[in-house]
Design a protein around this ligand. Structure first.
Ligand SMILES: Cc1ncc(COP(=O)(O)O)c(C=O)c1O
Length: 349
């Protein structure tokens, strides 16, 4: 099977398995796990933040940050299609009691004028405009890398009004590579940042939250509340450390293969590539022109040996990852070609 559903399907590398077996361990809820501590320190140094905290998932990372920055009734600004808003089970409202405000966005980038217009003055009738959540790369917009200058502009607007900024950088390394900037630059203006080890970086589990020391101390309490305190977590942090040390540069290969695959799909009948160009490791396609809905399209792909993601009725997502080599790109192209050239109402090939 060629699995293009997500970069989250990546398995640990042999070096990760080895590191997991030999990692020195302690009880991280007591603050005793040296492998977790080493990872947190390395992440903080790398992103230029005072402190970091290892968490089980990107979803918990985002929620911990929202809970730490906000109180119930606060307003949180998000982009259209933001992961925090669309794909985290409404946790920000269900658990955090905050009100999300979706801002006009273009290709994942919040429009500064729309943000400015949405800010509320201090007034007891209004919710408190408290937090701006950015996402880079922006998953649902097509793995788009939001330019650093654009991010900076939004951060300045937020800071001028005393609004805090959280950066959901689940794939911050993909963004940094695509933009030719450092992850540290992307993180610089945010009050909190999160990124994931378990996506293109191939670690089995884990994400990290970063911010000031004071912020992370408060965030540790929120993680505990959510049941995210992990005991001998060094067994996971060891794999995450290998991810951080050795797996970042190779993300450029995923980007190159996504571009290569997109190039081969441009002319396929009934398929429209969404957004201009493929910037990182994701391709989104509108398949309405094939006469199939995405579920049917995905089933046909699966029978021919290709797994794809179905984020909408006529939307298909393909994500390159460490297990997709050049040969797999060619095979995936052939399968997709077969799927679109066989009539929709005949039995699947
Ligand atoms: C942008 C973004 N943020 C957060 C997450 C959540 O990560 P997790 O699946 O580890 O909870 C994802 C997952 O795909 C994501 O794409």
């Amino acid at each position: 099977m060629i699995d293009l559903r997500s970069d989250t399907i990546t398995k640990p590398t042999p070096e990760m398995y080895e590191a997991m077996v030999s990692a020195p361990l302690g009880d991280d809820v007591f603050g005793d796990d040296p492998t977790v501590q080493r990872l947190e320190q390395a992440c903080a140094t790398r992103l230029g933040k005072e402190a970091a905290m290892f968490v089980p998932s990107g979803t918990m990372a985002n929620l911990v940050c929202i809970l730490t920055h906000c109180r119930p009734g606060d307003e949180v600004f998000v982009s259209e299609g933001a992961h925090i808003y669309e794909f985290e089970s409404g946790a920000l409202s269900a658990v955090g009691g905050v009100i999300p405000r979706v801002l006009p966005s273009k290709d994942g980038a919040i429009e500064p004028a729309g943000f400015e217009a949405a800010m509320r003055p201090a007034n007891m009738h209004f919710p408190r405009s408290r937090l701006l959540c950015l996402e880079n790369t922006h998953n649902n917009a097509g793995g788009v890398a939001i330019p650093l200058e654009h991010q900076k502009r939004l951060c300045v607007l937020a800071q001028d009004q005393g609004i805090l900024v959280h950066l959901d950088g689940a794939r911050i390394w993909n963004a940094a590579i695509a933009l030719g900037v450092s992850a540290r630059d992307l993180a610089a203006d945010a009050d909190s940042v999160s990124f994931c080890f378990s996506k293109g970086l191939s670690a089995p589990v884990g994400s990290v939250v970063l911010g000031t020391e004071d912020f992370i101390n408060q965030a540790r309490r929120k993680r505990k509340m959510l049941g995210g305190g992990m005991r001998q977590a060094g067994v996971l942090a060891a794999a995450a450390q290998v991810a951080l040390d050795t797996m970042i540069d190779r993300l450029a290969d995923d980007h190159r293969r996504a571009a290569m695959l997109a190039e081969r799909l441009v002319d396929l009948k009934g398929i429209l590539l969404i957004r201009n160009g493929v910037q990182t490791n994701m391709i989104f396609m509108d398949i309405s022109g094939t006469g199939m809905i995405s579920r049917e399209f995905a089933d046909r792909c699966k029978r021919l040996g290709l797994l794809v993601n179905t984020p909408g009725r006529y939307r298909i997502r393909l994500v390159t990852n460490r297990h997709i080599d050049d040969h797999a790109v060619e095979e995936a192209t052939q399968i997709l070609r077969k799927v679109v050239t066989s009539p929709a109402d005949s039995p699947a090939p």
